[in-house]
Design a protein around this ligand. Structure first.
Ligand code: IPM
Ligand code: MN
Length: 350
């Protein structure tokens, strides 16, 4: 198969983790006989510096030409004071919207080799295997009106029926091949938008009688994730709640650097590790590339339907974790491995 993939390394550690992920992609191509057609584009702070805008037209065209896009990270400290529309993050948000990737799948699992890496007690995190389905192209991130002036700042959390329906279908379909439980997370004790969300989820759930649906308020969900994470199978939630809860997932997985994600719509797939650009460790070959490498596995599965290849990558990640060759964020007993070494180790384990 010919895999047409656009790489958007972006900012900070994005460049380093993307390079490691590409190494693994190449190893997959070689082992399973697939050809890679890789292109590269600008997104985020680097795109602002080079073209004046975080999501240049050329990048948009490259996305449309590719079968799938792999993004590294966006965000640079020099834009901290800039308004949202002129920040690196606006590039990623623009791309999600243009590609209409409304469902962001963020699997959170505790690998057996990593139970000691989590700051939580082993008996709490052991066996965690959940997936957060985060609505990605609506809610507070995009709602109108929005703005700020001297005396007032405001955003709008708004959802249409269609937006809730389509991401709910994604969550229920995923649950069918898992443990058949969906937990929908909202704040319906305070927000109308959440009451609406809950109502539509209940309607859609009628199409999936074999799936057990439960509702949870977001504050309680944050607590339950660290109290008893094994209770969750598929967690469905809106954009902002999903952003926040997936960072909690990083604690369960041992490090946020472990978390991959797949952003899916009707057509294109965008693959993005959950972590940010981590300017504090950028350029030091220290960052954990396994979130990016896991995102490659997700790409093989969801865009290309290459299940055997996806499983091989995930198995290779498991082997490398067992070997103890991991980056500093996972608190290894011996000397931490570099980003490059972890990428090479995963390729070798393939
Ligand atoms: C994430 C990130 C992004 C988000 C930022 C970089 C815009 O935090 O993917 O979780 O908030 O969606
Ligand atoms: Mn986030």
């Amino acid at each position: 198969m010919n895999l047409k993939i656009l790489l958007l390394p972006g900012d900070g550690i994005g460049t380093e983790v993307t390079a490691a992920a590409v190494e693994v992609l190449k190893a997959v191509g070689k082992k399973f006989g697939h050809t890679l057609e890789l292109s590269e584009g600008l997104l985020g702070g680097i795109a602002i510096h080079k073209t004046g805008t975080p999501f240049p037209k050329e990048t948009e065209e490259l996305c449309q030409k590719a079968d799938a896009t792999l993004m590294g990270a966006v965000g640079l400290p020099e834009f901290d004071a800039a308004p949202p529309s002129q920040r690196p993050e606006a590039g990623l948000l623009g791309m999600r919207r243009v590609l209409d990737v409304f469902a962001n799948l963020r699997p959170v699992r505790t690998w057996p080799a990593l139970v000691d890496s989590s700051p939580l007690k082993n008996h709490v995190v052991e066996g965690t295997d959940m997936i957060i389905v985060r609505e990605l192209t609506g809610g507070l991130y995009y709602g109108q009106p929005r703005g700020m002036d001297e005396n007032h700042g405001f955003n709008t959390m708004s959802y249409t029926r269609k937006e809730v329906e389509r991401v709910t279908h994604t969550a229920f379909k995923l649950a069918r091949n898992r443990r058949k439980r969906v937990t929908s997370v909202d704040k319906s004790n305070v927000l109308e938008v959440s009451q609406f969300w809950r109502k539509i989820v209940i309607e859609v759930a009628k199409n999936y009688p074999e799936i057990q649906l439960e509702h949870m308020l977001v504050d309680n969900a944050a607590m339950q994730m660290v109290l008893n994470p094994r209770q969750f199978d598929v967690m469905l939630t809106e954009n902002t709640f999903g952003d926040i809860l997936s960072d909690v997932g990083g604690i369960l997985a041992g490090s946020i650097g472990m978390l991959p994600s797949a952003s899916l719509g009707e057509k294109k797939g965008l693959y993005e590790p959950v972590h940010g650009s981590a300017p504090d460790i950028a350029g030091q070959n220290k960052a954990n590339p396994l979130g990016a490498i896991g995102s490659v596995a997700a790409m093989l599965e969801y865009t290309f339907g290459l299940m055997k290849e996806a499983n091989a990558v995930n198995d290779a990640i498991g082997k490398v974790l067992e070997s103890g060759k991991v980056t500093a964020d996972l608190r290894p007993k011996g000397k931490p491995a570099t980003t490059t070494e972890v990428g090479q180790a995963v390729s070798a384990a393939l």
